[in-house]
Design a protein around this ligand. Structure first.
Ligand SMILES: *[C@@H]1O[C@H](CO)[C@@H](O)[C@H](O)[C@H]1NC(C)=O
Ligand SMILES: *[C@@H]1O[C@H](CO)[C@@H](O)[C@H](O)[C@H]1NC(C)=O
Ligand SMILES: *[C@@H]1O[C@H](CO)[C@@H](O)[C@H](O)[C@H]1NC(C)=O
Length: 355
């Protein structure tokens, strides 16, 4: 009888201390845990691409170097105009040489704009994870102050557009054109299918298909590319970006983006390859300005022959040309669902090459 009466008081005190201790300890652990979590998260999001690639969300295989501005200056002899090889929306592209002798292309962003920065980060994040023989390789980048510079492998023969409609270049043969299209299609197919959600390039055009010294095609410029959702789900709705003359009309109307928008743009590239003229040519009469509509109209009017690049006339098997034309039409279908996926485009082009 005495014991129970005697015990409660100290017990309560003891319990009180215990509760305080447990609560205090839990809080401490919670605090410490969330602190650790925050640290890990910020470290992870700090940059997709790090010096040795280990402490990042990248796959262990992707390597990407962070250059100092001084290193980039040395590589390009301080951005000398004579090393200028391109001048695009993002900024200027120079040919450069690293200290180990590797020749590179150096893209230097224009003075910092919000959009420029977003595209710069987007391209590094996506491209550092993409390794494919038909996707241009990222070597590294430099982000110091206002400088936003990306260093790529050097593509000696420049963009496909240059070879298609600039008169000072020797015309490409039909076989070369097909091989280039096959390469680019492989790159895009990889983009669409290598991850679960897929990546939509969003700016497929002949100026973004680069050719190396052996005319191997590689897809470039991932500034506005985005991760899509899986093909079954309805797709992301986002602001319309791209290049006039190549933009999928369905996406333009609805801002509903799918990888089929890339297929549409690739269809325009195929017609450029057949016709040897740019996607938009403002020097022509209104009905001919847009290559895609003009080509489709020409066929309706039975004037398809008028569209073929004079450099190809009588040098191409008609069956091969017709195959590619038929494919281009499928790519340009008004309705995305009716366009063929990139994998099928690839097969068709390989067939055309064998004809
Ligand atoms: C890569 O980074 C880790 C830690 O982030 C470090 O331990 C390792 O030594 C680094 N490796 C090289 C080759 O610098
Ligand atoms: C890294 O590369 C090796 C061989 O090149 C490959 O087997 C492995 O799956 C790759 N790992 C990742 C995460 O991509
Ligand atoms: C030269 O350096 C670059 C960047 O660090 C690297 O990607 C490349 O593999 C190196 N080339 C040779 C031949 O070592």
């Amino acid at each position: 009888m005495h014991l129970p009466m005697a015990l409660p008081l100290p017990n309560i005190v003891l319990y009180g201390y215990l509760v305080k201790f447990v609560v205090g300890a839990s809080l401490l652990i919670l605090l410490f845990g969330s602190l650790c979590y925050c640290l890990i998260v910020t470290r992870r999001s700090k940059g997709a691409c790090q010096d040795n690639g280990s402490a990042s969300e990248l796959s262990p295989n992707s390597s990407c170097r962070v250059f100092t501005f001084q290193e980039v200056q040395q590589a390009t002899s301080n951005f000398q105009e004579r090393f200028l090889i391109g001048n695009g929306g993002f900024g200027k592209v120079y040919k450069g040489k690293l200290e180990n002798g590797t020749v590179v292309a150096v893209k230097r962003g224009k003075a910092q704009s919000k959009q420029g920065l977003t595209e710069f980060q987007n391209e590094i994040r996506l491209l550092s994870k993409l390794r494919h023989p038909h996707i241009v390789s990222l070597i590294g980048y430099c982000h110091e102050g206002v400088e936003m510079i990306i260093v790529y492998e050097y593509m000696a023969n420049g963009p496909l557009s240059k070879w298609l409609y600039q008169p000072n270049e020797a015309p490409l043969s039909w076989k070369q054109r097909l091989e280039i299209c096959i390469g680019a299609a492989r790159g895009l197919h990889h983009l669409h299918t290598s991850t679960v959600e897929g990546i939509v390039h969003r700016d497929v055009k002949s100026a973004n298909i680069l050719l190396d010294g052996n005319f191997v095609a590689k897809v470039a410029d991932f500034g506005i590319s985005i991760k899509g959702s899986s093909p079954e789900e309805s797709h992301v709705v986002i602001s319309v970006k791209g290049t006039f003359g190549y933009i999928d009309p369905e996406y333009f109307r609805s801002s509903h983006l799918t990888e089929k928008s890339d297929v549409y743009s690739f269809g325009v590239v195929l017609i450029e390859v057949i016709s040897g003229r740019p996607a938009l040519d403002h020097s022509l009469p209104t009905e001919k300005i847009s290559l895609a509509s003009w080509a489709l109209d020409s066929e309706l009017n039975g004037e398809l022959h008028a569209m073929i690049d004079p450099n190809l006339v009588r040098k191409v098997r008609v069956s091969s040309l017709e195959k590619v034309w038929g494919l281009a039409k499928m790519c340009l279908a008004n309705n995305g669902i009716k366009r063929t996926p990139m994998g099928f485009v690839l097969c068709c082009l390989e067939d055309a090459l064998h004809l």
